[in-house]
Ligand binder design. Structure first.
Ligand code: GDP
Ligand code: MG
Length: 168
């Protein structure tokens, strides 16, 4: 059997929890001070989907998003994408459209999922449920609410992407 390997890019504004999500998914830990991927381009995890071995390579932006300068190399060959925003950051929610456009311009239409992270901070939310659901509907994307901190729905996000990729 040929092993399936999928390059997954995780995009969204700074501080929404992208690096933490990658770290959590690939290592199972949540490190509060985790900032950047240093010295490596991606972390990986192998899972079984429909009896197939799938290797997910999760690429981290290493903070480039703050300068609106994510390089073409980051997107090159991407086969799936997580679009992430934060429960406590309205700008990150409003920026999803432009992240989607950037993604499409670089790699076209690839399996993509919309994630609202930091759902553990729901009492501090600045985004109404209806708005988030309306965005997902408009973009025709599967939508997950997740907490990297509490390890809620993180596995589900990547399992969905792997399944979606295999279905193509
Ligand atoms: P990035 O800039 O998108 O890569 O975001 P980071 O992964 O560096 O996370 C930014 C901050 O949010 C860090 O202080 C994380 O500890 C924190 N964080 C990430 N995920 C969660 C979460 O689910 N809940 C809470 N409360 N904090 C989180
Ligand atoms: Mg980061």
């Amino acid at each position: 059997d040929m092993e399936v390997a999928i390059k997954v890019v995780v995009v969204g504004n700074g501080a929404v929890g992208k690096s933490s999500m990658i770290q959590r998914y690939c290592k199972g830990v949540f490190t509060k001070d985790y900032k950047k991927t240093i010295g490596v381009d991606f972390l990986e995890r192998q899972i079984i989907v429909n009896d197939e071995e799938v290797r997910l390579m999760l690429w981290d932006t290493a903070g480039q998003e703050e300068f609106d300068a994510i390089t073409k190399a980051y997107y090159r060959g991407a086969q799936a994408c997580v679009l992430a925003f934060s429960t406590t950051d309205r700008e990150s929610f409003q920026a999803i459209d432009s992240w989607r456009e950037k993604l499409e311009a670089e790699v076209g239409d690839i399996p993509t999922v919309l994630v609202q992270n930091k759902i553990d901070l729901l009492e501090e939310t600045v985004i109404k449920n209806e708005e988030a659901e309306a965005l997902a509907k408009r973009l025709k994307l599967r939508f997950y609410r997740a907490s990297v901190k509490e390890d809620l729905n993180v596995n589900e996000v990547f399992k969905y992407l792997a399944e979606k990729y295999l279905q193509r």
